[in-house]
Design a protein around this ligand. Sequence first.
Ligand SMILES: Nc1ncnc2c1ncn2[C@@H]1O[C@H](COP(=O)(O)OP(=O)(O)O)[C@@H](O)[C@H]1O
Ligand SMILES: [Mg+2]
Length: 331
Amino acid sequence: MSLAIETNQLTKTYKTRAGQVSVVKNLDLQVERGEIFGFLGPNGAGKTTTIKILLGIIYGTSGWAKVLGEEAGDINVHKKISYLPEKPYYYEHMTGMEIMQFYASLFGIKDKAQCERLLQRVNLGMDMNRPISQYSKGMQQRVGLAQSLLNDPELLFLDEPTGGLDPIAHIEIRDLILKFREEGRTVFISSHELSDVERICDRVAIINKGELVHQGRLEDLLAGGRIEITASGVTQALADKFRSDDVLVSFKGDRLIVDMPDSDSPNEMLDSIRSEKGSVVSVIPRRKRLEDLFLESVRSDNQAKGRVLNKMSDDHNDPKPSAEEETEVGS
Ligand SMILES: Nc1ncnc2c1ncn2[C@@H]1O[C@H](COP(=O)(O)OP(=O)(O)O)[C@@H](O)[C@H]1O
Ligand SMILES: [Mg+2]
């Protein structure tokens, strides 16, 4: 079966007063069916633009994008996907139920009970007849999720679904999204809420200034954590035996601190500490956080781009004469 989403060298260029600007550049994405895919990047990275291309709202300038095996924007695919925009706009005087019925009518769904079931599913059963003006942000976002389920989609695009919500609302939305996956749906979430992504996504892509910086399984991207062991009553001689290129050993007062990769098992070290009459105070795994990966990759990408830009402006302002001028000077 085809991938849920696939893009190849996808590029979107806008003509602006400052000239041509590529806001999505040579993007290669692969989203598997049935996974929750996190599409991450700082503000302005090109997330919404990419989603709009995948939905067929706008066209890419070059490269291609496929959704559920068809070209992005294909009319047959529209029936199988849904979209929750970054800032959904609702008429405030309408009730949750009226909004659902309005969107249901767009899909030709006349079944009022279906709207009711979906509102109950997002815990708005009690509030469905209140106007949206009385809904909290989290409740409005839940109406959005109910609405995005109306056509029983195979693939959902959620653009910043937890942006600006309080912690309880975050949890409610996260739990609902996890249920979508249990039902076999694919969920494509754009977000800069890294803790949400870390909790629910199977795979992620990080983009910066329109370009892909990382893509892969969250587990693999966050591999390379460390374990910190603290022990007391350990001799310097034993501590020296533990030391290696990748194992850092130090003493804080009379306490030994060992910092080792989590790919190694700490058992042997713990056994020898105990057999030498030392005692283990703590063993703390320090997982790499998505936040670290995100900041590292965006910063180093910005630095690399900064270097290229500096180099370009250096080249431009190069006081060295051109080959032609050199000849003239030499002649
Ligand atoms: N119609 C447009 N014309 C010119 N630039 C645009 C247009 N739409 C978006 N952009 C620019 O594209 C960049 C990416 O925007 P967007 O995809 O909304 O980013 P994100 O969703 O990651 O915050 C931004 O710099 C934005 O200003
Ligand atoms: Mg956006």
